[in-house]
Design a protein around this ligand. Structure first.
Ligand SMILES: Cc1ncc(COP(=O)(O)O)c(C=O)c1O
Length: 394
């Protein structure tokens, strides 16, 4: 008996769809709509007083919920509109005139993040993009080799978005800290499905969002800063929400807040934080370790079912090196995904990688079988053909 299936009733879409796409957009819990209703109610009935009755504090309250999931102390997480801006804020806290001007990244990482870091070259930073030989695996040795006493920061992902490969973060941190460099981890593809203990790993910065495994929707990304690093982190991308006394309306220069609020900018994206609460609370209540145990069982089943049918599995085969998704090389990738979508089976396709399939805590085992049965039917009857050449929808 799968105890976690009792949460299914909280997710309306599961009544009519086989939802295997939480690496992209986690299913919406009913509580997200309730959170938005509460936000509207506060605005509608309390007007401007809403700021002091919950709105202004919402980034801190929401950040503390994320901190619990990350094993971090209260006050160490600042909410952000998205991961790209969170990384830009971190980048803006490094000094191009300082002795360390090198950023080390993986060239295969999520493109939006690479756009942010590559632009730092304009300020005089050196940006090392370590390529993977096959474009599909994390070049751990290459990343380690690129770290030296010139390195200011190593920015890597906990779980690689194309193949769900899990990076050995302990080795990166060990080398980086020994060389005097800091480490930023993009935990977007991990948080909510692969445990991450930021304190035990002594990570310096962690970013991620709520759209995927946290079932929190867009606009509720987060940025963790290791508490003992905070006093030395002074981002150039800033604003009044980062000030120690925002309502004193003091002139510049900014006196940064002592805690993670110093990483904020202007008025927070309040509705998004109300929407995200239900997903955050659910994941915290279940516990990421339990989600991981179920995920390991179901992703192993996906690997076995794929191989039984002669499909190549692109994700790592060793369970410990695999996150919450299984990427499978299936014929007619994007057209097949569109045909599956028309049958209410939701997965996606990434060019050069394959079809990404992701069970989450609300997934039934039989839905995994159903996915493969439907793939076989579509391929046999060429039902993918009408969708060919239309491009990916998401
Ligand atoms: C690992 C990773 N980082 C960053 C992003 C982009 O985040 P955002 O759109 O919040 O900037 C994604 C989105 O899919 C991702 O998978």
């Amino acid at each position: 008996m799968d105890d976690l299936l009792r949460w299914r009733a909280q997710f309306p879409i599961l009544e009519k769809a086989v939802y295997l796409i939480s690496h992209s957009l986690g299913a919406m819990p009913k509580g997200a709509a309730e959170g938005l209703r509460e936000f509207g109610e506060l605005w509608g009935t309390r007007g401007v007083r809403a700021w002091s009755e919950g709105w202004w504090e919402s980034p801190r309250v929401s950040g503390d919920r994320i901190a619990r999931i990350l094993g971090a102390p209260p006050g160490s997480v600042a909410m952000q509109p998205n991961v790209s801006s969170a990384q830009a804020i971190v980048a803006s806290s490094f000094d191009p005139g300082g002795p360390r001007r090198r950023f080390v990244l993986c060239a295969e990482d999520f493109p939006s993040v690479l756009y942010v870091w590559e632009r730092q070259r304009r300020l005089g930073f050196e940006v090392v993009l370590v390529p993977a030989r096959d474009g599909l695996s994390i070049p751990l040795e290459g990343i380690l080799d690129a770290i030296d006493e010139r390195t200011a920061l190593v920015a890597v992902s906990q779980v690689f978005y194309k193949t769900a490969e899990v990076l050995d973060l302990a080795r990166v941190v060990e080398k980086a800290h020994r060389a005097g460099a800091l480490v930023l981890v993009d935990a977007y593809q991990g948080i909510g499905t692969v445990p991450l203990d930021v304190g035990a790993l002594r990570l310096d910065f962690v970013v991620g969002g709520s759209v995927k495994w946290l079932c929190g929707g867009p606009g509720a990304a987060y940025l963790y800063v290791r508490p003992d690093r905070l006093p030395n982190v002074e981002p150039r991308i800033t604003g009044w929400a980062a000030h120690a006394r925002p309502f004193a309306f003091e002139g510049p220069p900014i006196d940064y807040a002592p805690d993670a609020r110093r990483m904020l900018t202007g008025t927070p994206a309040v509705p998004a934080l109300y929407a995200a609460r239900a997903g955050h609370e659910m994941v915290a209540e279940i516990g990421v370790q339990r989600i991981r145990e179920k995920s390991l069982r179901q992703t192993a089943r996906l690997v076995a079912l794929a191989e039984e049918r002669g499909h190549r599995v692109v994700s790592p085969r060793e369970p410990a090196r695999r996150g919450g998704s299984v990427t499978i090389d299936l014929p007619h990738g994007d057209a097949l995904v569109a045909a599956l979508g028309a049958r209410e089976i939701l997965v996606d396709y990434r060019p050069g990688a394959g079809v990404r399939v992701s069970p989450h805590f609300y997934t039934k085992d039989e839905e995994l079988d159903l996915f493969f049965e439907e793939v076989a039917r579509i391929l046999e009857t060429k039902a993918w053909a009408p969708f060919a050449g239309r491009g990916a929808a998401h």
